[in-house]
Design a protein around this ligand. Sequence first.
Ligand code: ATP
Length: 248
Amino acid sequence: MTLALETRHLVKRFGGFIATNDVSLQIRQGARHALIGPNGAGKTTIINLLTGVLSPNSGEILLGGEDITSVSSYRRVGKGLSRTFQINQLFGDLTPLDSVMLAISERKGHGRFAWRPLSADREVADEAASLLERFRLVDVMGMPTTLLPYGKQRLLEIALAIAMQPKVLLLDEPAAGVPEEERHEVLGIVRELPANVTVVLIEHDMDLVFSFADRISVLAAGAVFAEGTVAEISRDPQVKAIYLGEDA
Ligand SMILES: Nc1ncnc2c1ncn2[C@@H]1O[C@H](COP(=O)(O)OP(=O)(O)OP(=O)(O)O)[C@@H](O)[C@H]1O
């Protein structure tokens, strides 16, 4: 089995509190792997460890077999690990077109030619156009991002992460806060993500988890409590008790 992402005995302490307790995850190439757990279970801490925002006290993180535990956040993106954010972190004054073109230019290493008009680069413009189309953003591509419907803002976040051509995409609650009438569009895009991109989904919405994931890890009190296929997890009585029961 080829692993896209792996953690080995990851531990993170905040003072005397253990937020990540000996977490070993194996995420295979092309997986749709969901990370679930009740509030405070340690999902965000793991994402911060994976992306390099936090350093673990012990344990290792491997991306495509390479140990990236000590690699900076920025260099992890270059190595193929991208994330979206639960809280909107877009540049509000920029349009989706500008944002997507900047992201593509950054990936191509054109950042040092920032003085060149972005539109002058045909390749970047063509890639941006196709990305905006794929993510159903063409009709709003010239609007300041702050004025976009919330669902479109969430789509732009995912488009920007995909613009980095990640091998592994960490999707942090992609549909959180999206009004009901825009939800189907966001979920549609999430389901259409390229099959060669490994997706790790952090999500509270069980309908989305069960319809999207092929494997689920359940966290409780910082540790992996259960792991298995959707069928295994959905009928596990202990999981139901600690997590699904809470939602029901
Ligand atoms: N910087 C920090 N300092 C101290 N404790 C922290 C810090 N960050 C997180 N924690 C604690 O670690 C535990 C796990 O938090 P985390 O945010 O990872 O959980 P979560 O599963 O993402 O929760 P939620 O679903 O509510 O977002 C919580 O008890 C939290 O209070």
